[in-house]
Write a protein that binds this ligand. Sequence first.
Ligand SMILES: Cc1cc2nc3c(=O)[nH]c(=O)nc-3n(C[C@H](O)[C@H](O)[C@H](O)COP(=O)(O)O)c2cc1C
Length: 370
Amino acid sequence: MSALFTPVRIGPVEAANRVVISPMCMYAAEEGTASDFHIQHVMRFAMSGAGLAVLEATGVTPEGRISPACLGLWSDENERALARVVSSAKRWGLPNAKLGIQLCHAGRKGSTPLPWERGGPLTPEKGAWTTLAPSAIPFGPNEPAPRELTDVEIRDIIRAFAESAKRAARAGFDVIEMHAAHGYLIHQFHSPLSNKRTDDWGGDEERRLRFPLAVAEAIRAATPDHVALGARITGTDFAEGGLTVEDGARLARELKARGFHYVCVSSGNIVAGGRPATGPNFNLERAAQVKRESGIVTRTVGFIAGPRAAEEAVASGAVDQVALARAFLDDPNWAIHAAETLGASWAVSRHYGRVGQGAWPGASVSRAWP
Ligand SMILES: Cc1cc2nc3c(=O)[nH]c(=O)nc-3n(C[C@H](O)[C@H](O)[C@H](O)COP(=O)(O)O)c2cc1C
């Protein structure tokens, strides 16, 4: 009996198992609008056997995107395209596959070139914009300085998160995830390393939490009850004077008190070069502590060392869900193969049904080739 392949309730949503496809930027959107790439990419995930797939960091405003080719959700056109991605995946994918979207504002980490065009900052010809942040401190020594946000702009961004949440719910997503990690805007407000404000939005921890929690409250108020709400949070800044796992646990408790249903505990990326060498399952201990200290449904992510490590993370009670990113780019059927490895029942899309019928040479599942 596999613990990984038992259902889990995330507020109003039940996922068929505890395997989650972690959000991954795909740099395939145009003006924030999902393309044909996303239809196929998300379809693969909807056929993957994972209980939930969370789509990539999606900008709530144009300058909230990480790169010019990142998804956005600020316009009717963005919404229409994502609704089509969701409806195709639900129409043709596995019937119980749940879909989420990660809402993000990149702050000072926006305006980046595409991964395959790196080698300097994004140029104006390629669509560079002035980034915005709690304080005018660049991410690293070679990065452009952001402009400090005004109080009015901060309130506009909070409203933009709420508007995008409404759009995400209308587009048919089951889950909305607030990106409060990886050094993006919400994390920039939370961490003392990037927030040096002296007004109501900075200072002690309570003030640095004001923006993250205001965004959470705005998303909560904008989201219908049938959609589950979660956040990717940071378990450590991996930097002197930065956030620790206790800060992560506190944020998790505050989110739970505001009607959020889960957290995914990641780490790092708030300052350039701020992550030490990491080994297998490197965020698991911190996620387990956040779960113990908050009682919210908790997910680990990062270097999960295969199906048995994922199984152990859940069976031990340390966490409720395990998210994987690169494993699903490498093997879009990772969850089906993991279920098979762990002796759990599995199903493929009925369109691919013949994979499980009878023996055929080269099959990667033992049921098909005894
Ligand atoms: C191509 C790629 C894009 C990513 N984009 C995002 C993203 O949009 N949002 C996010 O929270 N994490 C993003 N990540 C981080 C992953 O979600 C995950 O936390 C990280 O890759 C560690 O998990 P893994 O070892 O299973 O790959 C990305 C990772 C990759 C490889």
